[in-house]
Design a protein around this ligand. Structure first.
Ligand SMILES: [Mg+2]
Length: 389
């Protein structure tokens, strides 16, 4: 079998809100075609215009090739060798960031293609099931531009998630910092009041995660507030500091009795090695597309396992990436949860309708998928409606 074409689509929802911390408003979807008619599908949570340019651009030298040029004519089943080839031949400008995230979409599509060709789900091809199912957590984004409505909306969201069958939720509590919600600029210590109110309403049994989205300016300042969260039995606190303040992350690990989670933006395993060894994060959060696809995500999971760290993947796009996350999780013994907000609870049409048969939660868990490849199909009409490039 040979790769004959690589087609990439830039998608955008009609009602984009530039001020929202919501990356599910655009998308890069790729399709890898073969001479046997089998097509693999992938996506990446990155800048889709830049990613498409890296795929379609002509090759000018052997350290700066176009990704489509690299893949066409190759055997699509030879995935790890193709990953290495894409990495080495784009090293000049790729290596981290957008370059690796674009490779991630293509790698995801190669795994989907291989699964379809061999009639196996991706988790089986990754090495088999080390877990038969995976519990999801619901990411809850509050509404309201002042503190009381913001808190009330989170309490309502938690009830909705519990009614839906979730045993774990993540509260987005971003009152201050560069990504503060809805123009809020509340004192950072109010974070504690919000989480206390939700814990009181939710009761002791719900697993609660908190994402403050890089809110604090430095580790000492973060510690002053986060110390007050210790009695609230949180599973983790996500991204308290700028992701480049790795020494600050290590300081929090050493001084706070709550797990610290980070990694949603990391691209490639080398960034995760830094995050775990220098930043000492307890929970690594690879996003399968961004980190470099299932090939690189698996390497990150193994590196985390060797270090006794927990994996909880980031995933905030469509049913394509969710499926990839679940296949990775099923193959990963140290994966505790996957991020999963059912499409019924989302507003983006892309999230709700791009994939026709997305994975479902049953009895509080997502069972190992059974269909070949990623196990999802694109809704072509929705793809064409949202396509802007
Ligand atoms: Mg986050």
């Amino acid at each position: 079998m040979k790769i004959t074409d690589v087609v990439s689509h830039i998608l955008m929802i009609p009602d984009v809100h530039e001020g929202d911390a919501d990356s599910a408003q655009d998308n890069l979807v790729v399709e890898i075609h073969t001479d046997e008619g089998i097509v693999g599908i992938g996506e990446s949570d990155t800048n889709p215009w830049g990613a498409k340019a890296l795929i379609d651009s002509p090759s000018t030298h052997n350290m700066g090739m176009g990704l489509k040029d690299i893949l066409v004519g190759q055997d699509p089943l030879n995935i790890e060798a193709l990953w290495d080839l894409m990495y080495v031949r784009t090293m000049h400008f790729g290596r981290r960031g957008l370059g690796v995230s674009t490779i991630g979409a293509l790698d995801m599509a190669l795994w989907d293609l291989k699964g379809k060709a061999l009639g196996q789900p991706c988790w089986m091809l990754l090495g088999g099931a080390r877990q038969s199912s995976i519990p999801p957590y619901a990411s809850l984004q509050p509404q309201g531009g002042e503190l009381q409505t913001y808190t009330d909306s989170l309490v309502d969201w938690v009830q909705t998630a519990k009614d839906f069958g979730f045993k774990a939720v993540k509260l987005e509590v971003t009152l201050t910092g560069p990504y503060a919600h809805g123009g809020l600029d509340a004192p950072e210590e109010k974070t504690v009041d919000v989480v206390e109110a939700v814990r009181a309403a939710a009761g002791p049994d719900l697993m609660i995660l908190v994402d403050v989205q890089y809110a604090f300016q430095n580790a000492r300042q973060a510690l002053r507030t986060l110390k007050h969260l210790e009695p609230l039995d949180l599973y983790f606190v996500e991204t308290p500091l700028s992701i480049d303040d790795l020494d600050g992350y290590a300081y929090l690990h050493d001084n706070l009795d709550i797990r610290i989670a980070a990694g949603e933006w990391q691209t490639g395993r080398f960034e995760f090695i830094d995050l775990m060894d220098r930043g000492k994060v307890d929970v690594a959060q690879p996003d399968v597309g961004r980190v470099g696809g299932l090939t690189e995500a698996r390497r990150v999971c193994h590196l985390a396992e060797d270090r006794g760290r927990i994996i909880v993947p980031h995933c905030w796009k469509t049913g394509i990436g969710i499926a990839a996350s679940v296949h990775m999780a099923v193959n990963t013994s140290n994966c505790a949860l996957v991020e999963f907000l059912p499409s019924e609870l989302c507003h983006s049409i892309m999230r709700k309708e791009l994939v026709t048969d997305e994975l479902r939660m049953e009895n509080g868990v997502i069972p190992a998928p059974t269909k070949p490849g990623l196990g999802i199909e694109l809704n072509r009409a929705v793809l064409e409606r949202l396509k802007v490039g």
